[in-house]
Design a protein around this ligand. Sequence first.
Ligand code: SF4
Ligand code: SF4
Length: 80
Amino acid sequence: MVDVSVLENPITLIDMILKTGQYKMAYKISDDCIACGACEPECPTDSITAGDPIYVIDPETCIDCGACADVCPVDAPKPE
Ligand code: SF4
Ligand code: SF4
């Protein structure tokens, strides 16, 4: 007889992570950034701001969509 609770637990854990947002991924802009600003308006959560000297992503609000990486001319935003 299969213990169904064992099968259900991993699903419950994944569901909890998705709902709470814990352990979610974020993008990070590398030193390759040339501060062109192309990524900033593309971010759906306004997570990108001009830093000094490179642009930076707020990992708390980044939803890991990859839109910034799609427009970056030097492929600076990378998933962490
Ligand atoms: S991955 Fe998406 S949400 Fe995160 S900084 Fe880039 S555009 Fe914004
Ligand atoms: S698009 Fe790329 S090079 Fe331009 S500011 Fe964003 S991360 Fe930097």
